[in-house]
Write a protein that binds this ligand. Structure first.
Ligand SMILES: NC(=O)c1ccc[n+]([C@@H]2O[C@H](COP(=O)([O-])OP(=O)(O)OC[C@H]3O[C@@H](n4cnc5c(N)ncnc54)[C@H](O)[C@@H]3O)[C@@H](O)[C@H]2O)c1
Length: 277
């Protein structure tokens, strides 16, 4: 937001997180200047538009847009948006970056749920072009139009999704990762070959097993369990995922998932092979 011309305040109750957030944005802009992608002037003015605060009531006072991206817990999100709604501009919009919670349910805690919407960004945000705009039950057309304009001003492509488990992206990605694990479990092909198939055959930047190692199979499993309970049988988690999580082979973060990692890189030939039934 700051690099697209909007005066922006990052709010967090944890001062360490605030420092980390500011430093990482400063580093991204610095790297952008070094790589010739951002001018020095533009990097400097972006940082001038960016401030940090531990006090939401002060920071959100008179704001036109509050984008909540606090911890993925309903109670925390509800408390934060209630506090913001009390002080922001009368026609201001509240957006939620939630990946899986119900926008409708979070919106129910503010006086004007018609001006509440989901704005789901992707990591790393400065590189990824997509924003999934999520409609709660009460979200009105004007809020959608203003939010699309914000996305355009940020240089993002937005799509509109009616609130539904997993939206479009997480739902598709969960199915793909689960199917890849079933293929591995059945011994259809090695992990390397399944990933190569999707990278070279479909031009995906990463294979589904590499991606699962990056996301973490524990996170993957909880998303699949949620989708299984809401959308039905086709999302039943593959037993191999359950086994891997039980073994603590969660992916990159534990140094071992489908692949084994040394110095942050997958060890060649370390992928799971054969039938694991
Ligand atoms: N991590 C991702 O790749 C990703 C991608 C898309 C969407 N999201 C969504 O973004 C949100 C945040 O995800 P995350 O991975 O950064 O979570 P996180 O738990 O790592 O960080 C959440 C931050 O919220 C702060 N916080 C907690 N309670 C607060 C409060 N009452 N007031 C102010 N700040 C508070 C915490 O101090 C912490 O810095 C979640 O809703 C998540 O689903 C995350």
């Amino acid at each position: 937001f700051a690099s697209s011309g909007f005066p922006t305040v990052i709010v967090d109750t944890n001062p360490e997180s605030l420092k980390q957030a500011y430093n990482s944005i400063e580093k991204i802009l610095g790297d952008g200047v070094r790589l010739g992608k951002v001018s020095e002037d533009s990097a400097r003015s972006s940082l001038e538009r960016l401030t940090v605060s531990e006090d939401l009531s002060v920071a959100a006072s008179g704001a036109n847009l509050v984008l909540e991206t606090v911890s993925e817990q309903l109670a925390v999100k509800k408390a934060v948006v209630t506090q913001a709604a009390a002080v922001m501009a009368e026609n201001g919009i509240i957006a939620s970056n939630t990946s899986a919670l119900s926008v409708t349910e979070i919106a129910a805690s503010v006086p004007s749920p018609e001006r509440f919407i989901g704005m789901h960004f992707f990591n790393p945000v400065h590189k990824m072009k997509l924003v999934e705009i999520v409609l709660g039950l009460a979200t009105n057309d004007e809020t959608v139009a203003i939010t699309r304009d914000y996305c355009e001003a940020l240089g993002k492509t937005s799509i509109v999704v009616n609130e539904s488990p997993g939206l479009t992206t997480s739902r598709m990605s969960a199915l793909l990762g689960n199917e890849a694990m079933y293929m591995l479990q059945e011994g259809t092909a090695t992990a390397e070959d399944i990933d190569t198939a999707l990278r070279m055959g479909f031009n995906h930047p990463m294979g589904p097993l590499e991606l699962g190692d990056l996301t973490g199979w524990d996170t993957r499993l909880s998303v699949l369990r949620y989708l299984h309970s809401t959308l039905g049988e086709k999302f039943r988690p593959c037993p191999l995922i359950i086994k891997m999580v039980a073994a603590g082979r969660l992916g990159r973060k534990t140094g071992h998932g489908v692949y084994r990692y040394e110095d942050g890189k997958a060890v060649p030939g370390s992928g799971l092979k054969g039938s694991y039934l």
